[in-house]
Design a binder for this molecule. Sequence first.
Ligand SMILES: Nc1nc2c(ncn2[C@@H]2O[C@H](COP(=O)(O)OP(=O)(O)O)[C@@H](O)[C@H]2O)c(=O)[nH]1
Ligand SMILES: [Mg+2]
Length: 329
Amino acid sequence: MKVKLFLKVADSTVHGKHPLLTKQEKMGYLWSKEPPPPEQMMETGWCEINWGTIQNNEMKKNLRKLQLKNPAVEHLRILVIGPVRAGKSSFIQSVKSMFKNRMVNAACTVAAGGCTRYTKKFTTNQFEDERGNILPFVISDVMGLGDSGVHPKDIISALKGHLKEGYTFNPVRPCSEEDTGYNSSPTLNDKVHCLVFVIPLDNFTANNSYADERTPHQGLIKTMQDIQHKACDLRIPQVVILTKVDLACPHVKEDIKHVYRSQTIRQKAQACSDVLEIPISDIFLVKNYHEEKQLNPDMDAVLLFTLRDILNYANDFVENINKPEGAGD
Ligand SMILES: Nc1nc2c(ncn2[C@@H]2O[C@H](COP(=O)(O)OP(=O)(O)O)[C@@H](O)[C@H]2O)c(=O)[nH]1
Ligand SMILES: [Mg+2]
């Protein structure tokens, strides 16, 4: 079954959709353990990144000085969600390191090897530049999705700004109005302005009970779709970050500059776009700092490219929040 599925996907065109596959099969392909087809790189990338330290510095300066489009907002709030070990905390750490211009210690936030330092509390991260200036956005981190993970209702509460900082997640009981961790009168600052699904491109390994042979990852897909629909109702913009791109393509592992040229990654991004119904233009590729000892300008460029669009979407959201539906979109 898996081999058949793999061949069907490998046969399809790079840019085409995969009409023969169900949503579950597509997500199965995304996390397939099958070896990738012999890698072919596309002539031109499907996103153009401006490489170089000068360009990075310019982008960083623009993000530092980003004008918030709603005077009631002190910072833009991004929420990252996704399965355990997707790279959510690593993404946050990578952004911290990039703006600080040096590696930031990740020991307390990122799940190392066999250890289970998973995020259990609702945690909001601020960012500083190398001079200690606070940047105009925050990223909130939650416990991973999936079995024994965050309750989906807690994600909805977080979107609406109902979770207080430090709220401890309980997978079997979502936060309710009686809880001390419940914020009953959230301001626009507490609400989420852009929702980011973080999905890893490597294989899910043991202990993920949603890896059902017949309906791979069905529970997780359903949860993500439900959250996505709710975010749409709230008109919150959404993007996907596909992490661990280095594990999906050997050329990308060798040189991150190839990231938007890899056919394997493009096919996986298309499968993800089809499943979550998020346009391919809102699917970003990221390699987090995870084993590096020093910053790499090309990795920074990919992170900045991603972050710039997320912050622009968040800024558009706060600008349009009080406008009637349809206006300003
Ligand atoms: N190869 C690779 N490993 C990564 C990447 N991002 C994160 N990791 C590793 O994946 C593991 C889980 O990451 P973590 O950020 O704790 O995931 P979280 O549970 O979603 O917060 C850690 O061991 C990270 O070092 C990446 O882009 N590439
Ligand atoms: Mg984490």
